[in-house]
Design a protein around this ligand. Structure first.
Ligand code: RIB
Ligand code: CA
Length: 314
């Protein structure tokens, strides 16, 4: 049976591929796409979600805009990586898919309480929407099967030496999620850096020969230029689809149980995810932490999903 999910995202190049994987893989029932400020403003991430659904022929999946800023600190956007639009690279047609007028948090709550079984949340962005959901609607937790997120890291960051972007943008929100008591799976940089879009992956995409695969190639090529310029990566890591892949087939992303704490006060470490795999701190286990990726199975699922969606258009 397909797993019902809501993806909460900030498209974002890698979010775009995550949405396509979720929409194109038969193991997932994509109930909704909610957007939040992160890689770009929420206006831009919502427009980008509409663009992605338009070019990927994703219909019947409600898109709702969420929080425009983190809980406490001012918004930091990721325009150095994702560009002014948040999805720089390809030229997109005018979107034909609209967003619903409901706030993302209200849409999440309505879907969670209306669905016949508990739903998996897949956040691939700052966790502001999810934290507001759990705070505004505490009874929503009973309708959430688990939270499988892209964020954090077992070692070091990409926005400060200690903190990964999604957690760094809204550490208070991440703290609420990790302390919620809901089963959390953390797909951090340590595992997403194994999801490298190599020239071989790009060649497989190009061989699909669809308009969508061409757009994906342009998205990844732009993303690769940013990762080469900023961090010297030869091939870019596609972070967000790893969280979706974990839901599709847990064997693709191997995890261990650990206690994860979000640092809120450190002068140099605010936003760090402190992962205690050896129980030094005697804190309760509150997460599964992803450590290894089966990249062959991962890319097979990503390419197959893009192929399915690309052929819808034809
Ligand atoms: O640190 C990587 C994360 O930050 C990804 O979700 C990417 O889309 C950005 O949001
Ligand atoms: Ca993201």
């Amino acid at each position: 049976m397909p797993v019902p999910i809501i993806i909460d995202c900030d498209p974002g190049h890698d979010d775009a591929i995550a949405i396509m994987l979720a929409a194109g893989d038969p193991a997932i029932d994509l109930l909704a796409i909610t957007t939040v400020a992160g890689n770009q403003t929420v206006e831009k991430t919502t427009l980008n979600a509409r663009r992605i659904c338009t070019v990927a022929s994703i219909t019947g999946v409600p898109i709702a805009a969420g929080c425009a800023r983190p809980l406490v600190q001012p918004l930091l956007v990721g325009d150095d990586v994702h560009g002014e639009s948040g999805l720089d690279g390809p030229r997109f047609p005018q979107p034909t898919v609209d967003a619903v007028p409901e706030h993302a948090v209200d849409l999440m709550y309505r879907i969670l309480t209306g669905h016949p079984e508990p739903v998996t949340l897949v956040p691939t962005a700052p966790l502001t929407n999810v934290a507001v959901l759990l705070t505004r609607y505490p009874d929503s937790a009973a309708h959430i099967r688990d939270i499988v997120l892209m964020g954090g890291s077992t070692r070091g960051g990409n926005t400060t030496p200690a903190a990964e972007f999604n957690v760094y943008v809204d550490p208070e929100a991440a703290d609420i999620v990790f302390r919620s008591g809901i089963p959390v799976t953390m797909c951090g940089l340590n595992v997403t850096h194994q999801a490298l879009a190599t020239p071989e992956v790009l060649a497989r995409l190009e061989n699909l020969e669809t308009e969508l695969s061409r757009i994906c190639t342009e998205l990844i090529t732009y993303f690769a230029s940013a990762y080469r310029r900023l961090w010297g990566f030869t091939s870019p890591p596609l972070h967000d689809p790893v969280a979706v892949a974990r839901v599709i087939d847990p064997a693709i992303v191997q995890c261990v149980e650990a206690s994860v704490a979000v640092e809120l006060r450190g002068q140099y470490t605010r936003g760090a995810t402190v992962v205690d795999m050896h129980h030094y701190l005697d804190r309760p286990v509150n997460a599964r932490v992803a450590l290894t990726l089966d990249s062959e199975k991962f890319w097979d699922r990503v390419i197959a999903a893009i192929d399915v969606l690309g052929k819808r258009k034809a």
